[in-house]
Design a protein around this ligand. Structure first.
Ligand SMILES: O=C(CO)COP(=O)(O)O
Length: 259
């Protein structure tokens, strides 16, 4: 990865850890991480909505350097949208990040690129940094169309997003076939698509903007494979699912340079 972009290691807890477990987890993580870790890497957790207040209380109370955010947000600002959580509500909890368009949202909640685009805009409107997730399924990979497929998701997700906002987006390349399967993309696979995403950002905006954007890889990242993936020039961090639930393992991932 480039030395000018601070790597972002973000743990996506998915639907795991209740608020009491979240407190224990963040305390253990805060205890393990040192100032040096935060100098090298930005560390974030994306807990379920119901944990956010507890995480905020810990982070504020002890002035922790751990960032946090949500796994989704509503495309709407307020109103009759039963069950939804707005960007304004997340901002009030001082969230830094929000994942948008995770493949599990696309797959189980039918989120299209149009929905993802509306959510990216909602995130920026409320001062949150979207982690926009893109990536192909197994059929597309087998057909060799992973770059074309993923770039179409980048185009759709960033449609009409102005450069002043796009320069702070985080893009997470998560090939669906590598999520939760133990099947990790090779560093070359990750670089191929992450490099293509940066190229597309340069076409859509400018090379200068593209060089600022952090592009993460996600999909079965563990302490044993993270260093090789992070060695690739266009990979600027990881979005970690299962391995982020184990504090010791997550800390090793944050310290990928030592692995
Ligand atoms: O979906 C992911 C992170 O958002 C990746 O999950 P795993 O690390 O469990 O494969």
């Amino acid at each position: 990865m480039s030395t000018t972009r601070t790597p972002l290691m973000a743990g996506n807890w998915k639907m795991n850890l209740n608020h009491l477990e979240a407190i224990a987890h963040v305390q253990k993580l805060a205890f393990a991480l040192t100032d040096k870790d935060y100098d090298d890497v930005e560390v974030a957790v994306l807990p379920p909505f119901t944990d956010l207040r507890s995480v905020q209380t810990l982070v504020d109370g002890d002035k922790l350097k751990i960032k946090y955010g949500a796994q989704d947000l509503s495309a709407h600002d307020s109103g009759a949208y039963t069950g939804e959580i707005s960007g304004a509500m997340l901002a009030k909890f001082k969230c830094s990040y929000v994942a948008v368009g995770h493949s599990e949202r696309r797959q189980y909640h039918n989120e299209t690129d149009e929905v993802v685009n509306a959510k990216v805009k909602a995130a920026f409107k409320h001062g949150l940094t979207p982690i926009m997730c893109v990536g192909e399924g197994l059929d597309v990979r087998k057909a060799g169309r992973q770059v074309e497929h993923t770039l179409a998701q980048v185009d759709g997700g960033l449609k009409d997003v102005p450069a002043e906002q796009a320069e702070s987006v985080v893009v997470a390349y998560e090939p669906v076939w590598a999520i939760g399967t133990g099947e990790v993309a090779t560093p070359e696979d990750a670089q191929e698509v992450c490099g293509a995403i940066r190229g597309r950002l340069a076409e859509l905006y400018s090379q200068e903007l593209a060089d600022k954007v952090r592009i993460q890889y996600g999909g079965s990242v563990k302490s044993g494979n993270v260093a090789a993936i992070m060695a690739k020039p266009d990979v600027d961090g990881a979005l970690i699912g299962g391995a982020a639930l184990d504090v010791d393992e997550f800390v090793k991932i944050v310290r990928y340079r030592d692995q």
